[in-house]
Ligand binder design. Structure first.
Ligand SMILES: NC(=O)c1ccc[n+]([C@@H]2O[C@H](COP(=O)([O-])OP(=O)(O)OC[C@H]3O[C@@H](n4cnc5c(N)ncnc54)[C@H](O)[C@@H]3O)[C@@H](O)[C@H]2O)c1
Length: 253
């Protein structure tokens, strides 16, 4: 995206019904983006979109599973037919997987990879042709500090989640080179962020987790969304293939 942000810009955010994704939608909409909100078909997606539309923001919903290649192709086509372009993709939809190697089934492993890694591929594949044809675009992939740390005893997810999120970093670096100089591709690694995904775990281990965070607070979805907004709008932009930890210093490396 070489031009200034204006009301023609369009973003797709996956996992947009709640949590970090919804915070990203709000930040981007407030910046003037028209936003397509992709999420599994839940009442929460419709409710979140309706609340934003009631505030006058131009958002559309894309109910469906990010892991289904054909469905994602159709969703991207819907966005292009309604808005005419896609400037920013925020690949954010993800699931946790708390089982260790001895307990996890093959189907559970496959599902983790299907949502957390193939879902990201599906959306990159669906938007890249439009971004290249229009001469610019930005892709922002939500990984996790677990990609590097391998998780911890208090982490909500174990090795299969870590593997999927490490895969997202490889996808990011490879596509940053492949889609340059037209499209930038960057990743964010959140630390402990309070959302529906982590609420029970953070509540149960609050003081213990706080001791691991130099900035001495649990993160909020907006702590991540503000960095997404930066990567989506900073102009000029000389950042691609980069991984930004947003974790209050939890993983200083
Ligand atoms: N919360 C944290 O501490 C934390 C830390 C590191 C990374 N992350 C990552 O950030 C992202 C968002 O996490 P969150 O905490 O907001 O989680 P969340 O569970 O609150 O929200 C995730 C959203 O993704 C949607 N989703 C799940 N599977 C889907 C699918 N197959 N197709 C379409 N939508 C689907 C859910 O319906 C939900 O709305 C995830 O990728 C997660 O792995 C979160």
């Amino acid at each position: 995206m070489q031009t200034d942000v204006n009301d023609r810009n369009v973003a797709v955010v996956t996992g947009a019904a709640r949590g970090i994704g919804l915070a990203c939608v709000k930040r981007l909409a407030a910046k003037g983006f028209r936003v397509a909100m992709a999420d599994i078909g839940s009442p929460q997606l419709a409710e979140s979109a309706a609340a934003l539309q009631a505030q006058g923001w131009d958002v559309m919903t894309l109910p469906g599973d990010v892991g289904h290649f054909d469905a994602v192709q159709q969703q991207a086509a819907l966005v292009l037919s309604r808005y005419g372009r896609i400037d920013v993709l925020v690949n954010n939809a993800g699931i946790s997987q708390p089982k260790g190697l001895l307990d996890i089934s093959e189907a559970e492993w496959d599902r983790t990879i299907m949502v957390n890694l193939k879902g990201f591929f599906n959306w990159c594949k669906a938007v890249a042709p439009a971004m290249l044809a229009q001469g610019g675009g930005r892709i922002i992939n939500m990984s996790s500090i677990s990609a590097t740390t391998g998780g911890s005893a208090e982490a909500v997810s174990k090795f299969s989640y870590c593997a999927s999120k490490a895969g997202v970093l490889g996808l990011t670096r490879g596509l940053a080179k492949e889609l340059a100089p037209t499209v930038t591709v960057n990743a964010i690694c959140p630390g402990s962020i309070r959302t529906d995904l982590t609420e029970a775990l953070i509540s149960a281990n609050h003081d213990q987790i706080l001791q691991t965070i130099p900035l001495k607070r649990i993160g909020t979805p907006d702590d991540i969304a503000v960095v997404v907004e930066f990567l989506a709008t900073v102009n000029p932009c000389f950042i691609t293939g980069e991984v930004i930890d947003v974790d209050g210093g939890q993983w200083v490396n």
